[in-house]
Design a binder for this molecule. Structure first.
Ligand SMILES: [Zn+2]
Length: 202
């Protein structure tokens, strides 16, 4: 922690030659993309996208889960999506999964999260259940961790489409959805072409 504190303490002095870059977004943000990724410390979207201040509107959650639209539920992910789409009018949304995702491991092996009730409950929103009374949302996800993670990302895109304001802007052609996969050990980022379910190098 001390290294991080030290960096934060001296950060402003280190960017004095980039004042314009940092000051410009202070007048109002117009991010290029809503970027939804996992809370995992190994996933650093600004690092592999080269994003600068103001580029990414980020939502991070355990397992980059986007719950299906539930208008009555207080949900940080849903509220952030609504703000990005309705107020900021982002033209693109990326959902980015990653290799070695603990949340997907939890989905594959329910017993591994039994002692963590909030995590267990959160994972139920990953949503593979045909009916809500099915015991665990892994139906159809398979056992292969990479394939399961990529399928999981595509499912979260399906959930995004249940948000009325997302669906509306998709219909208008003013919004695009992207499925990405970050290979944390190599830095290679894969993406799934529209209409496909196969992830390939960007
Ligand atoms: Zn993860």
């Amino acid at each position: 922690m001390q290294t991080l504190i030290e960096h934060a303490r001296t950060f402003h002095a280190k960017i004095t030659d980039k004042q314009q870059e940092f000051a410009q977004p202070a007048h109002g943000q117009q991010p290029q993309v809503l970027f939804i990724s996992c809370s995992d410390s190994r996933v650093i979207p600004s690092l592999f996208t080269g994003a600068r201040p103001g580029d990414l509107f980020e939502v991070r959650s355990a397992g980059n889960i986007v719950p299906s639209y539930r208008p009555q539920a207080a949900c940080a992910v849903a509220g952030s999506i609504e703000f990005a789409v309705q107020a900021l009018r982002v033209p693109d949304i990326v959902v980015c999964g990653h290799s070695h995702c603990g949340a997907v491991q939890g989905l594959l092996r329910e017993q591994s999260v039994h002692t963590m009730p909030p995590v267990h409950r959160w994972l139920t929103w990953a949503g593979y259940r045909a009916r809500t009374d099915e015991p665990w949302p892994t139906r159809g996800i398979g056992e292969n961790a990479t394939a399961a993670t990529q399928q999981h990302v595509l499912t979260q895109l399906d959930h995004l489409r249940t948000y009325p304001f997302v669906a509306r802007r998709l219909d208008l052609g003013r919004l695009r959805l992207h499925a990405w996969y970050d290979t944390v050990e190599t830095g290679e980022v894969l993406a799934c072409a529209p209409g496909s379910r196969v992830f390939k190098s960007l």
